[in-house]
Design a protein around this ligand. Structure first.
Ligand code: HXC
Ligand code: NAP
Length: 271
């Protein structure tokens, strides 16, 4: 922790933290396994790091094998935990199935799913092609469903589990140039509630975590300029500042930990 606001350390690059101060017990996720989509970069990378620092083994899965391989090497070096890189596209169930089967062969189980993969860009509705709108819905919304369903079929149905969906606050008030991403994330928030109700009897908790702008990320590089230019955007954030990747990862850590054992069907907003 540093400074009066207790903001935890972060680095803006795709690198692990140089210093990490524990809030939770370091072995709170000992022997757990987490599958993190988009875990090779940005928020997903930091989520993988923080979970691994708490004893968790991870699979980080995205389209670029090179990216997840490089990130897995950094994560293992910094945390001493195992990280399995997997190449898959959340729009293609066969590729997810192959990655999940590989994980089950290597780790023998899975406890946690973090649906973090997403695609986004700034574009007015009038300029958005039909395929552009569809592409973002396919990656964010359908990708979250595809991955959740495969994990459910392959493991969670018989063993229980916990799912965290990374969404966004974009649709809460409406946002210029973001009809595609705002619609996609709102649908995931709805999906979270449906799946929490359907899968609760199988001992599966499902929550979504909706950040506003987060520093040191591709999302912020793509959207931050616009958001910050929009009439002192920070003033509408309760803490009057953007969040950090470590803070989002801490929200996920709480939601997947035993401290949240009765928390499900919940939209958790760290900002
Ligand atoms: C308008 C665009 C566009 C742009 C692509 N398209 N970029 N339209 N403005 N900047 C259109 C294309 O022309 C095409 O439509 C369609 O979208 C699909 O584009 P492809 O390049 O073929 O798609 P694909 O290769 O699958 O790439 C998906 C992607 C890309 C979303 C376009 O940017 C990507 O892979 N992004 C992943 C990383 C990312 O975006 N991270 C940020 C997440 S941040 P046509 O009609 O021409 O075929 C985030 C923050 C939320 O979500 C909240 C912040 C506060
Ligand atoms: P990011 O680094 O670009 O993360 C997105 C990840 O998703 C990448 O690792 C990407 O890897 C992967 N991905 C994209 N399309 C995929 C596909 N079809 N199949 C599998 N993986 C795919 O962006 P970020 O800013 O950290 O965002 C992470 C999450 O936080 C997203 O859900 C985003 O919407 C959310 N969020 C971000 C902010 C912010 O300010 N950054 C705010 C609110 C919410 P590949 O390219 O290798 O596939």
């Amino acid at each position: 922790m540093s400074g009066p606001a207790n903001v935890p350390e972060d680095v803006d690059t795709e690198d692990c933290l140089l210093n990490y101060s524990y809030i939770f017990s370091p072995d709170v996720l000992k022997n757990k396994v987490a599958f993190i989509t988009g875990g090779g970069s940005g928020i997903g990378f930091r989520i993988a790091e923080v979970l691994m620092r708490h004893g968790c083994r991870t699979v980080i899965a995205s389209r670029s094998l090179e990216r997840v391989q490089e990130s897995a090497a950094k994560l293992m070096a910094a945390t001493g935990q195992r990280c399995l890189p997997a190449s898959m596209d959340v729009r293609q169930p066969e590729t997810i199935k192959a990655a999940v089967e590989k994980m089950l062969r290597v780790f023998g189980k899975v406890d946690i799913l973090v649906n973090n993969a997403a695609g986004n860009f700034l574009c007015p509705a009038s300029g958005l092609s039909f395929n552009a709108f569809k592409t973002v819905l396919e990656i964010d919304t359908i990708g979250t469903f595809n991955t959740s369903k495969l994990l459910y079929q392959k493991w969670f149905k018989d063993h229980g589990g916990v799912i965290v969906n990374i969404t966004a606050t974009l649709s809460y008030r409406g946002q210029m140039l973001q009809v595609h991403a705002g619609s996609a994330k709102a649908a995931i928030d709805a999906m979270t509630k449906h799946l929490a109700v359907e899968w609760g009897p199988d001992n599966i908790r499902v929550n979504s975590l909706a950040p506003g702008p987060v520093s040191g990320t591709e999302g912020f590089r793509k959207l931050g300029g616009l958001l910050m230019a929009a009439a002192d955007h920070c003033k509408v954030i309760p803490l009057q500042r953007v969040g950090t990747k470590t803070e989002i990862a801490h929200g996920v850590l709480y939601l997947v930990s035993p401290a949240a054992s009765f928390v499900t069907d919940f939209n958790f907003l760290p900002e």
